[in-house]
Design a protein around this ligand. Structure first.
Ligand code: CP
Ligand code: NVA
Length: 284
């Protein structure tokens, strides 16, 4: 059974297969089947791209909020997983605790797909790779600089880059770096991270479920992606997983400017959601 909880679960061949499937016409492999979409946090792109990808594969998505399932209060994780597996070909979850998804995989009743956890956002990284491939023309040797926190988005992106031979760098405030940054590629100065880069990528300063504070915002202020930072690598394209906060992690002229590829990136969430589900349903 193929689960997809993090990019670490995948090989280079798996990623290449998912990206290839993402660009092929959609087969109706989910005809008369469901996909459970369990959301503990809000979502615009992930919910809509997963619902539409499911529809394109001939299946039926069911959106589920925590109060309905009452995991751990109304019913155990194992019983919820067994029950959903009676109706659905895939169980997908956006959760606070990554461990909940791991517990679901141990039930071994249906393939489990991570739609964002505190530590990982694999579906985002797959869409990011497809977008880089389309706007730069290749993945091997492409340089990607992430400006901001070592979080779910940057962790999955760093792991994805390592699998496809792209060079990942990150600049973060002290104490907010990425544990798995490649050797010598974790910077404190954004200018150093973006030198000679092909892609400049950022994410919000405060992720869903994390504590906001004036102190935190002050620490991140020098990590704002503005026109001056973009000018250090004048041909670099701009990416952002979204939602964005204009004037915080990115300025409006950058995200709304000609070098930004964020709408292609958002659209690619649907294509790679399709590719990821097709890969999960393929036989080993
Ligand atoms: N990028 C992303 O996952 O967006 P949503 O939180 O809107 O799903
Ligand atoms: N790091 C952000 C990503 C949102 C898509 C969060 O977890 O809130």
């Amino acid at each position: 059974m193929r689960h997809l909880l993090s990019i670490r679960d995948l090989t280079t061949a798996d990623v290449e297969r998912i990206l290839a499937l993402s660009e092929e016409p959609a087969p109706r492999v989910l005809q008369d089947k469901g996909v459970a979409l369990y959301f503990e946090k809000p979502s615009s792109r992930t919910r809509n791209s997963m619902e539409m990808a499911t529809a394109q594969l001939g299946g039926h998505p069911v959106y589920i909020q925590p109060a309905e399932l009452g995991i751990g209060t109304r019913e155990s994780v194992a019983d919820v997983t067994h029950t959903l597996a009676c109706y659905h070909a895939i169980i997908a979850g956006r959760v606070f605790d990554h461990g909940l998804l791991e517990e679901m995989t141990r039930v071994n009743a249906a393939p489990i797909l991570n739609m964002l956890s505190a530590t990982d956002h694999p579906l985002q990284a797959l869409a990011d790779l497809l977008t880089v491939k389309q706007v730069i023309g290749r993945l091997e040797g492409v340089r990607i600089a992430f400006i901001g926190e070592g979080n779910n988005v940057s962790r999955s992106l760093a792991e994805a880059c390592a699998l496809v031979g792209a060079e990942f760098a990150i600049a973060s405030p002290e104490g907010f770096g990425l544990g798995n940054a490649p050797d010598g590629r974790q910077f404190s100065d954004p200018a150093e991270a973006v030198e000679g880069t092909d892609i400049i990528y950022t994410d919000v300063w405060v992720s869903m479920g994390d504590e906001d504070s004036e102190e935190r915002r002050a620490l991140f202020e020098p990590y704002k992606v503005n026109e001056a930072l973009m000018a250090l690598s004048p041909n670099a394209r701009f990416l952002h997983c979204l939602p964005a906060h204009r004037g915080e992690e990115v300025t409006a002229p950058v995200i709304d400017g000609p070098l930004s590829a964020v709408w292609r990136q958002a659209e690619n969430r649907m294509h790679t959601a399709r590719g990821a589900m097709l890969w999960m349903l393929e036989q080993d």
